[in-house]
Design a protein around this ligand. Structure first.
Ligand SMILES: [Zn+2]
Length: 252
């Protein structure tokens, strides 16, 4: 518990400063991350003897499955990967053991070798393998990253879903949702939702698991934000900071 409290304290310092800088300039932000990230890792080595938490980040879709798309031709799978990599870089700098289910543009149906019977069921095998990846990594937290879309243009805003499989999932989801309201979207009125069986990964995950729908590609203003590199970094930092805030007790 002591180690956990110490970890929380230096992580909250790290993210506080990083967030301040992120809001001012992306160049200062990058420099701040390098400096405070270095300090945080050092502090971790000096005061905390527990092994780092394993965070599995899962950029949704990939390859022939583009996911949702925006009016400007933006494809969800690409944004998911960009955001997941950015979150991963920040959490790695903060001392977490980060694994991505994919780091390039592909589905994962053949991740564990060629299968003769996946024809026509690529999506099923893809999802199954993402969960298998998290299980084999012995993940302390599984975070799937997606973008939303709706026929009506007016809908917008980040929303987090959580797995019913582990009690911590809702706390982590609530923290990400609240951080989004505090640091990213002041007018966001959305609340977290418990996953139904319709969300394959969340309904089957045994470890704490959340899915972040980062925003609506069908809303013009939100699409513009989501494709802006500075906003993407602010989004990634908001998610990473919320994960750090809420994972302090996991594995303690
Ligand atoms: Zn999606």
């Amino acid at each position: 518990m002591k180690a956990s409290a110490a970890r929380r304290r230096y992580l909250s310092d790290f993210f506080f400063f990083a967030l301040i800088f992120a809001m001012s300039s992306v160049f200062v932000f990058a420099a701040a991350l390098r400096i405070t990230g270095f300090t945080a890792v050092h502090t971790a080595a000096d005061t905390v003897e527990t092994s780092p938490l394993v965070i599995v980040l899962d950029p949704g879709h990939g390859g022939e499955d583009g996911g949702a798309s925006g009016a400007d031709g933006t494809v969800e799978k690409d944004l998911n990967l960009t955001v997941a990599k950015a979150v991963g870089d920040i959490l790695t700098a903060a001392g977490y053991d980060v694994r991505l289910t994919r780091t390039d543009d592909r589905l994962l149906y053949d991740l564990y070798g060629d299968l003769s019977d996946y024809t026509g069921h690529k999506k099923t095998y893809d999802l199954r393998n993402r969960l298998r990846f998290a299980r084999e990594a012995d993940a302390d937290l599984f975070v799937s990253i997606h973008m939303n879309k709706f026929p009506e243009e007016k809908y917008k805003g980040l929303q987090v879903y959580y797995s019913p499989g582990a009690a911590e999932s809702q706390t982590i989801a609530d923290t990400v949702q609240n951080y989004a309201k505090l640091y990213l979207q002041k007018d966001n009125t959305r609340v977290t939702k418990r996953s139904s069986s319709a969300i394959y990964l969340l309904s089957r995950a045994e470890m704490p698991a959340i899915m972040i729908e980062c925003g609506f590609l069908s809303n013009e203003a939100e699409l513009q934000n989501l494709t802006d590199s500075i906003y993407q970094k602010q989004l990634a930092l908001t998610i990473a900071a919320a994960i750090a805030e809420s994972t302090g007790e996991i594995g303690a």
